[in-house]
Design a protein around this ligand. Structure first.
Ligand code: SF4
Length: 333
């Protein structure tokens, strides 16, 4: 059973309570390069990323962060270390959430100023404590930080307790979950490169989720962040926690009179943002298309310069080739 947590709103995304588990990643572009960072966010969002974290490492990054936030299609979290002025700058620049480790902010007064600024804009703060960042028991430390925030009458909180050890991470979240009901951001930190990191993350995140722990997740990989999104989606899908469409497409043959390869690729790309357990068929011809793919929930069967849309083997309508993609997705929506 899922651990019961408080609902928190990050931009337009609700997390915690009964909301779906949200997928996060972090940009690895230079934050000062607004164009590259926004382009990466858009690519990740298309792949299914729902919340993005961006590092704000120095004062000149605050202005860039404001512009990134304006252009981002998904909520943007500012990742802050050490300097409370960067946190306040990012909050004022429109951050949808900030992530700090209170232990590396210099002094309680500064922490209070950050909390006050977040209160004014009514945005959440993630208290992120990593096992490797302290010699103290990091669960006790996270609870102490929560007490400090609560003493400031601030409970718009998300907590993460990451470690590079799967077992330690699981124990930490289990211990924390009986003490507080704040939403939990989960993951295995510094998991590794694409292959080994993915397996370690699948083991760790899978264990947490099967214990009902986790409201947002990031699969941290030393790889292209796109791989993190794909991995997160497959982990959620394999645990039955994410509706994910299946695409079937014909191998094409001499009957094909439509650019079925481009169409199948375009459909596959757009399906990445669909969270439904549906089967979608892209078939080359009307003769065999709907018949061979009669079990598909939705489908396209190509013809000359046009195609038909079908659902469960039944023809819906004939559409010019250029409109097939949009019309298919109208039907799916
Ligand atoms: Fe050929 Fe039509 Fe079958 Fe595609 S669906 S392989 S075009 S017969």
């Amino acid at each position: 059973m899922r651990h019961s947590t408080k609902e928190i709103i990050i931009g337009q995304v609700k997390i915690g309570a009964n909301n779906p588990i949200a997928i996060q990643s972090m940009t690895n572009t230079d934050t000062l390069d607004v164009k590259a960072t926004v382009a990466q966010i858009k690519t990740l969002a298309e792949a299914g990323c729902e919340i993005i974290r961006v590092a704000v490492p120095k004062p000149s990054a605050v202005e860039a962060f404001a512009e990134i936030k304006k252009q981002s299609p998904i909520p943007v979290v500012a990742d802050i270390h050490f300097d409370y002025r960067l946190a306040i700058g990012a909050i004022e620049a429109g951050a949808d959430k900030i992530r700090i480790n209170p232990g590396n902010i210099e002094g309680e007064d500064k922490l209070k100023e950050i909390i006050a600024a977040a209160k004014v804009r009514n945005i959440p703060i993630r208290i992120g404590v990593n096992g490797g960042s302290t010699n103290k028991d990091f669960v006790d430390l996270a609870v102490e930080y929560c007490e400090f925030f609560e003493a400031q009458k601030f409970n718009n909180i998300v907590v993460s307790l990451k470690s590079s050890s799967v077992q330690k991470t699981l124990e930490a979240y289990q211990r924390f979950a009986v003490k507080r009901n704040y939403p939990l951001h989960i993951g295995i930190t510094e998991a590794g490169t694409e292959y080994s990191g993915l397996i370690k993350s699948a083991a760790g995140v899978g264990a947490l989720l099967t214990h009902g722990l986790g409201d947002t997740l990031r699969v941290s990989l030393t790889a292209d962040p796109l791989k993190e999104i794909e991995a997160a989606r497959y982990i959620l899908k394999s645990l039955g926690l994410l509706g994910m469409p299946e695409l079937i497409s014909c191998p094409t043959c001499g009957r094909t009179e439509i650019d079925i390869i481009s169409l199948a690729n375009a459909v596959e790309k757009r399906l990445k943002t669909v969270k439904k357990n549906i089967t979608v068929a892209v078939m080359g011809c009307v003769v065999n298309g709907p018949g061979e793919a009669a079990h598909a929930d939705f489908g396209i069967a190509g013809g000359k310069g046009q195609g038909i849309l079908f659902a469960k083997g039944q023809r819906i309508k004939t559409v010019p080739e250029a409109q097939l993609l949009d019309e298919l997705f109208k039907l799916i929506d």
